[in-house]
Write a protein that binds this ligand. Sequence first.
Ligand code: VGL
Ligand code: ZN
Length: 200
Amino acid sequence: MNDRSHALLVIDMQNDFCAGGALAVPGGDALVPGINAAMDDFATVLLTQDWHPAGHSSFASSHPGHAPMSTTEMPYGPQILWPDHCVQGSKGAAFHPDLRTDGDLILRKGFNPAIDSYSAFFENDHATPTGLEGYLRSRGIARLTMVGLALDFCVHFSAVDGARLGFDVTVRTDLSAAIDLDGSKDAAVQAMRDAGVTLA
Ligand code: VGL
Ligand code: ZN
């Protein structure tokens, strides 16, 4: 493959989502060699990085009395409260040390203190754009293959938003892993299928 209109989007392959991290996704580390190899197949490689300020509103620690993995109501809808993770500049926010980071773009998201951002396209209000759509369109990219973490959160919402925006989206489920909170993996797979995402 060397189709310039087809990009690889590597989502949140960061220490906090890997073994020993604050929000470790089972099987996260094991994806690194396959993702590095997949980068050779694409003319354009983009990476995202979850990038929260300390005290972010998605952290349970910012909501006294709320346990990690509980859900609260935010002005933009329900929000799962996570353990503190991917704090800007921390080791946990850095990419996995073995991940290739020689891609064209690193897109940071989740830096707005008041709004979480699972999707690479929109914050969790589903309205505030990250700018990725414009970047892709201005570079003539129409097809996206997505890999990384977590299948049921950031990959899921990025894939659904990408498909809704008209991109041809494939998720490599062999190069992605799920947190799987209360059936979130099955629900994410269904939502991606319903949105027209190809699961490979
Ligand atoms: C993610 C939960 C919180 C992800 C990011 O990358 O899927 N999940 N922040
Ligand atoms: Zn996050």
